[in-house]
Design a protein around this ligand. Structure first.
Ligand code: SAH
Length: 346
């Protein structure tokens, strides 16, 4: 269970407060430089003093920041009020702005074999505040570092955890960013292992904010996928295909994007046979982009695909008409790259 949110506490203590009050407060949470309750002079004094006692201004108590040698990637370890620790990453993007990578859980229960977070197991879900505050943390950080570009233009749920296993809190966090920041729907990406019951739910959920989705496919061969993604099962690919067709039928006309992520593991899922199967799978669905992720080392079991094989794999997809990109690896010198996020359990 995630912790109670700031809003839950507000409602408990001020059930009669008009709705605009909370929105007024939430807007202040995003103001830079960082404010505190004492700055909120437009609130009734009684409310301000009560809230100052009961609601921490931010949901982390400590932070530690590591920067890559190239100064293009920063990783923060945030300690939460119960002592749990999560990681969030700030990465320079092609527009000379920042993309932040956020966590949705402490640890992860999905146990993907190539992922460091998968190995630490699951501790708990993050509350929507704890997700939202990873963005606030970096905003405050940038406000204190005038030498760095200011704008966070993108958010990706590619930190620790499986966002679809924490659906309600992730949804609330995304809604909050859409309302109180300049992030638009096409600038937020939720990345999922392919938790189908929730993916099916979001198609019909009137409150789901239709941001971009990325599904961590990693293989269009059923046997290979089951080997590397233990939450996979026999008819996973068939169900995912049907889901993706339905999703695109409903939302594919807009500027929404569906991406398949594909971590490239040498001789495991990167052969020509795998590329052909992937091309066929994508072409059965339609407008899906494939993002090849060079494997970031986590332990001795897997090796990164050879550069020549990544190029060959990409070419097979392109020749079959599939849109494909290769992700740039960043922050691996501070263990801030995809799949390297791990914090000690307290
Ligand atoms: N649970 C979500 C978010 C995970 S992290 C998901 O499964 O999508 C974001 C991406 O990094 C996922 O595609 C994940 O499979 C990938 N990843 C995990 N470990 C990795 C590693 N060691 N090297 C490269 N990518 C990795």
């Amino acid at each position: 269970m995630p912790l109670a949110t700031r809003h839950d506490v507000f409602i408990r203590f001020f059930p009669q407060a008009p709705a605009f009050r909370w929105r007024q407060i939430e807007r202040e949470f995003f103001a830079v430089p960082k404010k505190t309750w004492a700055h909120l002079l437009t609130l009734p004094r009684e409310m301000r003093t009560q809230l100052a006692v009961r609601v921490p201004w931010v949901s982390y108590t400590q932070s530690e920041v590591f920067s890559s040698k190239k100064k293009d990637t920063y990783k923060a370890v945030l300690t939460l009020v119960d002592g749990a620790r999560v990681e969030t990453v700030l990465m320079a993007n092609a527009r000379d702005q920042w993309t932040i990578c956020v966590s949705s859980q402490v640890g992860c229960a999905m146990a993907c074999t190539f992922c460091a977070t998968g190995k630490m197991g699951f501790t708990r879900n993050l509350s929507s505040d704890e997700i939202v505050d990873q963005y606030r943390f970096w905003r405050y950080y940038l406000a204190q570092h005038p030498d760095l570009p200011k704008r966070i233009s993108n958010v990706v749920f590619m930190g620790m955890g499986e966002p679809m296993a924490n659906y309600d809190q992730v949804k609330r966090a995304v809604q909050t960013w859409l309302e109180f920041t300049d992030l638009g729907r096409t600038r937020i990406t939720v990345s999922t292992v392919g938790f189908l019951p929730r993916l099916e739910k979001l198609i019909d959920d009137p409150d789901w904010p239709h941001v971009r989705l990325a599904v961590s496919l990693h293989s269009a061969d059923g046997t290979t996928r089951k080997e590397i993604v233990p939450t996979s099962y026999d008819d996973f690919l068939a169900r995912l295909r049907t889901w993706a067709q339905n999703y695109l039928k409903k939302y594919g006309q807009g500027r929404h994007h569906l991406t398949f992520e594909y971590v490239m593991l040498s001789d495991v899922n990167d052969t020509d046979m795998h590329a052909k199967k992937l091309a066929r799978f994508v072409n059965q669905i339609g407008k899906v982009r494939v993002n090849l992720i060079p494997y970031n080392f986590t332990d001795g079991k897997f090796a990164k695909s050879r550069e020549t094989q990544i190029i060959a794999f990409k070419k097979i997809l392109e020749d079959a008409g599939v849109t494909v990109t290769v992700r740039k690896t960043m922050g691996d010198d501070i263990a801030a790259a995809c799949g390297q996020l791990i914090t000690q359990k307290s």
